[in-house]
Design a protein around this ligand. Structure first.
Ligand code: ADP
Ligand code: ZN
Length: 341
């Protein structure tokens, strides 16, 4: 007897759709294929955009904020799924930023061993980054996104109508990730980004960079690591500031500090370093940050679950838009470099 196990990660075909006011029609169309459609969203998005819209579907409203990526919220959400009578042949539609996408996606991945779901990202970060690639999960007291699954959605629907009332801070968060994508591949896209990050053109070209990477490396074995540009330092900044510094700002500072590290290591030349610093200024993403305690800061970086050993993994820019280098550095070495730059 032979048992064939299908490799889910080869079965990665799904659409990424972008447009304005496209969600309602897409949902109407797909609803007949499912027993029922259940929307999961947060209370901000519900009051700003949904209200009485989509009243023909069930709706579960979660409190906004990172705290909702918890076991308690997951438990509640799974309870709501049961109460509503969610079956295998139902569709969960996650309408929200990274928090809703991660929480509802994870719930969909484990409820009845997996039900179909759509990602409808409403923040810029989620549109170009977190909704793409099938990562779902929650935080625990031991770490961010520590519990989760790789579970691709059936569709990603980017409805730019949701971008109309985005707070400025959320646009900045998105911009930092979009700039990161420019550094990985399409550096010539920078001008679009400076003129209008919320345009269809900007969103599509940024998302394309991530899509290309996750298609080649869904499980983060090699080039998906490029997406960590600015994040090794950025995550430590978020932790050191006790999440007072928002993700995008931490990533922007991370890009700056990691560029200094790359320059020190001879990976990035002076001219390209200066380019990156002036790009950050043009994008209004040039912030200063003073590391409070260098030893503790490096320990925070070393504790990141992405590191495969005691060493700290960095994705460093060598040539913007052309060449990224992955380096693993000993923590003592990182302390030394950071104290000299
Ligand atoms: P991300 O992790 O994608 O930055 P979150 O899910 O934490 O996003 O959302 C950040 C905040 O922005 C939350 O308070 C959320 O309710 C709010 N929000 C999400 N989408 C929108 C939108 N389209 N317009 C206004 N506020 C939004
Ligand atoms: Zn990020």
């Amino acid at each position: 007897m032979k048992i064939r196990i299908k490799n889910n990660f080869k079965n990665f075909d799904y659409d990424y759709l972008v447009g304005t006011n496209i969600l309602a029609e897409l949902l109407d169309k797909v609803a007949k294929d499912y027993f029922s459609v259940i929307i999961v969203t947060d209370s901000n998005i519900d009051s700003l955009y949904l209200g009485k819209k989509f009243d023909n579907y069930s709706k579960i409203v979660i409190a906004p904020g990172e705290e909702s990526k918890s076991f308690e919220s997951l438990n509640k959400l799974l309870g709501e799924f049961s109460k509503i009578g969610l079956k295998r042949n139902c569709l969960v539609v996650a309408i929200g930023g990274g928090v809703i996408g991660d929480l509802a996606g994870f719930a969909a991945s484990i409820y009845m061993r997996g039900v179909d779901y759509w990602q409808v990202p409403t923040t810029l970060v989620a549109m170009v980054d977190s909704s793409i690639g099938g990562k779902t999960g929650i935080n625990t007291e031991f770490g961010k996104n520590l519990i989760g699954s790789f579970y691709p959605p059936k569709k990603i629907v980017v409805d730019l109508n949701f971008a109309q009332k985005l707070p400025k801070s959320e646009v900045k968060n998105g911009l930092a990730e979009m700039y990161k994508h420019c550094l990985i591949e399409n550096y010539n896209h920078l001008n679009n980004l400076i003129s209008n990050p919320l345009s269809e053109k900007s969103v599509i070209s940024s998302a394309k960079v991530k899509i290309k990477i996750i298609e080649k490396d869904p499980l983060e074995k090699n080039i998906r690591k490029y997406l960590n540009i600015g994040h090794t330092v950025g995550h430590a900044i978020e932790k050191e500031s006790k999440l007072q510094i928002p993700h995008g700002m931490a990533v922007a500072i991370g890009i700056k500090i990691e560029s200094k590290i790359a320059k020190k290591l001879g990976i990035l030349n002076d001219q390209n370093y200066n380019k990156i610093i002036s790009d950050l200024a043009l994008l209004n993403l040039d912030f200063d940050y003073k590391i409070e305690n260098l030893d503790k800061f490096v320990k925070l970086m070393a504790s990141d679950k992405k590191n495969m050993s005691q060493k700290i993994c960095f994705a460093l820019v060598s040539t913007p838009g052309k060449k990224i280098v992955i380096v693993d550095l000993e923590p003592e070495n990182v302390v030394k470099i950071l104290s000299e730059i």
